[in-house]
Design a protein. Sequence first.
Length: 218
Amino acid sequence: MAFTVLLTEDDAALRCGLRELFEREGYAVVQAASAREAREKLTDSIDLIVLDVTLPDGDGVELCRTWRAAGVRQNILFLTAKDEEFDVVRALDAGGNDYVTKPFRMMELLSRMRALLRRAEAAGAPEDRGGIEIDSERMQVRKDGQVVALTLTEYRILAALTQRRGVMPRERLLEALWDDGGKYIDDNTLSVHMSRLREKIGAEHIRTIRGVGYQWQD
């Protein structure tokens, strides 16, 4: 089955290049150069939205937020030059599913798109894990009904831990982060992300197995 991508990008040259790339990969592409066009062209036939943050008539993050409030369920991958953690968190909090910064590697972008489409096919209703609600379709986490502002790496750590039964060795967790995100995460960086994740969702949910790794606790 051919997936359909709504490509919203105001840079005509980049939009044309991405359209050609996506079509070579077998995707059907619907193009939009503005927030207005994106709103008009979003239909149930769209499987994935690739969305620029800075648009000539609005903010892509606010467009995403509006769509989510209206019940739009398609995965949204942000494509933007803004790479500060604040910008990433803001986009994910608005309902974005992933975030790729310019300049980017074409193969990494395609990999991220395939990952989102696989998740969309496998996703079901949000899962409750001991009071932590995990919405894999939107890549969002809620605690006590409130969205928890996780970075993309923190979300992937959480997802890896909750999807595994038993102990997750540190080496396997590092491999999972590398395979999924395409960015190198070393052992010390993992410890920092783990500490921040515990602060946000509650340290009681992540048990350290000394010398081995971590285990999720409902």
